[in-house]
Design a binder for this molecule. Structure first.
Ligand SMILES: [Ca+2]
Length: 469
């Protein structure tokens, strides 16, 4: 049994307690180690850093220079959104050749059995390794045999029946740009169309050459089938100036409404554009992929028509509960608080507070303010987490008693956490670090077609699956 109350470990991660200390330690580590991966290993051996924070004027000034703190260097990995057949039906996706769409799972198959205790025993199983700075893993909906792993420099690797295929699924390295090896940009996000089996459509989120714009593009399956994508994009949906090495965001996923959601960070500018409704930075976007120029009903009615939620700092990873459609967002904090936000389906247009608020607290720390925006479902102080990585609500088949539980992690400390959202509040919070014994820094989670959850270790280049312990 690995469940452990969070508070028991809250005070055990001392070392750097100030932002300046942490930043300088990170910079020193990079100088000594020569690469982010090496630095991460050193940090891990030496003990996790306390969460070096960049951002603001300092973060922006650092654009183009080498030496961002390693805490967020890996923060660069998005997601599949197996929204299921109902989304496909809603959107009326054109049928083409290929395998038929899988039948939708029914609610009973996705729900937690009545007779379950707390968190069931869990373990990590190594699935594939040897990836170069993996940022994300996803599976085509309904395809039990394949995974696609994103590598930050711009290669999509195909894993078939557990074997990494020698030829890339797609190579976009010539289109990807990030200003320093440890900058947060790169190839960060992938979402397959819910009806990908028929239409072969998918989308990428990356920072582009030559200046690091945030780009969201549609791509398609190659003429030869599943082994490779078509080598050129179909069309661009978003191409927005960003200009910083950090706070890029990176997640893509389809909601059960059939629309594509995308996360873009605030570029670490100060003042932050997170609350500026004319800017796509610091936002969750929501896009009708069949009419990308038209705002879907429910989006913000003023400002940029793609905006769904705002007031976000760096929503690196979000996901949808494939049963309920609830949206879970992990928003990386600045000085003191990491946060997870939960949103009911269809209930967007939320202000999540940044940069007046950090978590449920006025920002800067100690400032007086009139609280603004929707508070987080869960927040972690810097003593527990330094760069939050949003995960998934488990709805797989292998661990029925884990169903309905949201799993997430922290990139800086390597700790894993979970809770159950009861519709109003986070309940039954637990730490799962011991059970999942990460042996790496978790940069992202991902799901396969069956809803099993995977963990992406950026610094060791490994992909693990969460299995029954
Ligand atoms: Ca917030």
């Amino acid at each position: 049994m690995s469940e452990r109350p969070i508070h028991r470990r809250a005070a055990g991660r001392a070392a750097c307690v100030t932002r300046a200390c942490a930043f300088h330690r990170a910079a020193l580590c990079l100088l000594l180690a020569g690469s982010v991966a090496a630095c991460d290993r050193r940090v891990q051996v030496a003990g996790p850093p306390e969460g070096p924070r960049e951002g603001g004027a300092a973060g922006q000034a650092a654009a183009g220079n080498a030496a961002p703190p390693p805490a967020q260097a890996g923060a660069a990995p998005p997601g599949p959104a197996p929204a299921g057949a109902e989304a496909a039906a809603t959107k009326g996706a054109p049928a083409a050749e290929g395998a038929p769409a899988p039948p939708p799972a029914n609610a009973a198959e996705l729900a937690r059995p009545a007779k379950c205790g707390g968190v069931p025993p869990l373990k990590l199983t190594l699935v594939a390794s040897g990836f170069d700075q993996p940022t994300y893993v996803a599976a085509p909906p309904g395809d039990p045999a394949r995974l696609v792993v994103l590598e930050k420099p711009g290669i999509l690797r195909l894993v078939k029946d557990g074997a990494v295929q020698p030829a890339p699924f797609l190579d976009v390295r010539s289109r990807v740009f990030f200003p320093a090896p440890n900058a947060e940009g790169g190839l960060l996000g992938l979402a397959f169309h819910p009806d990908y089996a028929r239409n072969g459509r998918f989308w990428l989120h990356y920072s582009s050459a030559p200046r690091g714009n945030v780009v969201i593009e549609e791509w398609k399956r190659g003429a030869q089938g599943e082994g490779a994508a078509h080598p050129e994009p179909v069309r661009s949906l978003v191409d927005v100036k960003h200009g910083a090495w950090n706070h890029v965001g990176g997640m893509l996923a389809f909601g059960k409404d059939g629309h594509l959601y995308a996360a873009i960070g605030d570029s670490a500018r100060s003042p932050s554009p997170a609350a500026d409704l004319t800017s796509k930075l610091g936002k969750i976007l929501r896009i009708d992929v069949d009419q990308p120029g038209k705002a879907p009903a429910g989006n913000m009615t003023s400002g940029d028509p793609m905006i769904w939620d705002y007031g976000l700092r760096n929503p690196w990873r979000f996901s949808f509960d494939r049963l309920t459609g609830d949206l879970y967002i992990g928003d990386v904090g600045q000085k003191s608080w990491e946060e997870i936000l939960v949103e009911r389906p269809g209930q967007g247009r939320n202000d999540y507070g940044w940069e007046a608020m950090e978590g449920a607290h006025c920002y800067p720390p100690g400032a007086a303010c009139k609280p603004r925006g929707v508070p987080p479902a869960v927040e972690h102080p810097r003593s527990e987490a330094g760069s939050i990585v949003g995960g998934y609500v488990y709805r797989g088949a292998k661990i029925p008693c884990l169903r309905g539980r949201y799993l997430y992690a922290d990139y800086v400390t390597g700790r894993f956490f979970s809770f159950v959202w009861d519709g109003k509040a986070a309940t039954d919070r637990a730490e799962l670090t011991t059970a999942l014994s990460p042996n790496g820094l978790p940069a992202s989670f991902g799901e396969d077609a069956a809803g099993e959850i995977y963990v992406v270790m950026f610094n060791t280049g490994r992909i693990y699956r969460i299995d029954p312990g």
